[in-house]
Design a protein around this ligand. Structure first.
Ligand code: P1T
Length: 393
């Protein structure tokens, strides 16, 4: 047996969260990766550089983040972007006019908008389908299908999509499978293990974890695909600055610990909501009543921090509820240490046409909560008070 310390690439997830892509600065010993606030890099001769030329193309702080994210997703290659939408946009850059994309009908409203209001004008075609039904997904495939785009769990209905089944459909269609893993994070689910070609993230959420940075990422195992993504990353230029990369790197160090507590708090809150007489329906993959609970238990290491529910009351009562909390803040976004709540119909999914939104199950009375790391007793008491006040009880 060798006495050598284990290579950091072979270590467990919690260790890689802290160390992957990083090492003490060789010159100064700085333990934290420096914020390389430099737009350009000196060359020793024309074209003779030390790995970096210009910060849109590459920056050492960004490289540390990209390597860290790739390691956490179990992939070879990571690319960081200025936002989640910039990352998603880059996947669509791979397509050509006339190509067809099969998309889950329950996806982030901004993703829906990018597909239908930007890329439809470039003659890309989209079919929105119920991705909980692999047969429906297979039936939506046409000879022009080049991409299958899914989220799991979905935003905001927390549907869980069978990654094995999606990889099978994508392979049979000779199409790429891209999975937006923002809600689960690699701490709970690693889509590349199931055969996904690309994993997408909004780093703004759990990976950043502190609601203080906007960013995005793409991870793949395929070198050629990574090179194509890198070409668009550099050509389009929606890249993150080194300070944003530093903040996300700081966030990923505590990701496993945070996800454990987010999941614990969310599970307790979801179970309490399910028993509450004023709550019509609760969406949380950790509840046994969730239609894909068994799949979630198989595919995820824990059930995450997002819960949605429907109040047994009017649209006005729902608006009073989301406006009436004190610990939960009424705001878009998710995945920070603090608890947030919002009404998807008027906020995160307002860009989805009403009829399509209702068809997908995103009702006017739906409330989405991002369960933070506060004491669960305070979260429960806050929601209980807001529900009573909203219903005038
Ligand atoms: O906001 P941005 O970093 O550009 O990420 C977009 C995005 C992509 N994918 C998913 C699953 C998302 O939830 C988001 C952003 N979502 C919100 C802002 C929200 O409140 O749902």
């Amino acid at each position: 047996m060798s006495d050598d310390p284990p290579s950091k690439d072979d270590t467990e997830f919690a260790t890689r969260a802290i160390h992957a892509g990083q090492r003490p600065d060789p010159e100064t010993g700085a333990v934290m990766t420096p914020i390389y606030a430099s737009s350009t890099f000196a060359q020793d001769g024309p074209g003779d550089h030390r790995g970096y030329e210009y910060s849109r193309t590459g920056n050492p702080t960004r490289t540390a983040l990209e390597d860290n994210l790739a390691s956490l997703e179990g992939g070879e290659y990571g690319r960081a972007f200025a936002s989640g939408m910039a990352a998603i946009n880059t996947v669509l850059n791979l397509l050509e006019a006339g190509d067809h994309v099969v998309v889950g009908e329950d996806v982030y409203g901004g993703t829906h908008r990018l597909f239908t209001e930007v890329y439809a004008d470039y003659d890309l075609r989209f079919s929105f389908v119920d991705t909980t039904d692999p047969d429906a997904v297979a039936e939506a495939v046409t000879p022009a299908t080049e991409l299958l785009w899914i989220e799991t769990p979905t935003n905001p209905l927390l549907q869980v999509i069978d990654l094995d089944a999606m990889a099978e459909v994508a392979e049979a269609a000779d199409a790429l499978l891209a999975v937006d893993n923002t809600f689960a994070t690699p701490a709970l689910q690693r889509p590349l293990e199931y055969g996904a070609d690309i994993v997408a993230h909004s780093l703004t959420k759990y990976l950043g974890g502190h609601s203080d940075v906007v960013g995005g990422a793409l991870i793949t195992d395929d070198q050629e695909l990574d090179e194509r993504l890198g070409f668009y990353q550099n050509s389009v230029g929606a890249t993150p600055d080194p300070f944003a990369c530093f903040l996300v790197l700081r966030g990923t160090k505590t990701l496993p610990v945070r996800m454990e507590r987010h999941s614990e708090n969310a599970r307790t809150l979801a179970a309490w909501l399910e028993d509450h007489p004023a709550i019509e329906r609760v969406y949380y993959p950790g509840l046994e009543s969730h239609p894909q609970h068994e799949l979630a238990a198989r595919q995820m290491d824990a059930f995450g921090g997002m819960v949605s529910f429907e109040l047994d009351g009017s649209l006005e009562a729902t608006e009073r509820l989301v406006s009436g909390t004190e610990v939960f803040t009424l705001a878009e976004s998710l995945g920070g240490v603090e608890s947030l709540l919002e009404q998807p119909a008027t906020m995160t999914h307002a860009a989805v046409p009403r009829e399509q939104r209702l068809e997908a199950g995103v009702t006017d009375g739906l409330v989405r909560v991002s369960v933070g790391l506060e004491a669960i007793e305070d979260l429960r008491a806050d929601l209980a008070g807001a529900i009573d006040a909203a219903l005038d009880r």
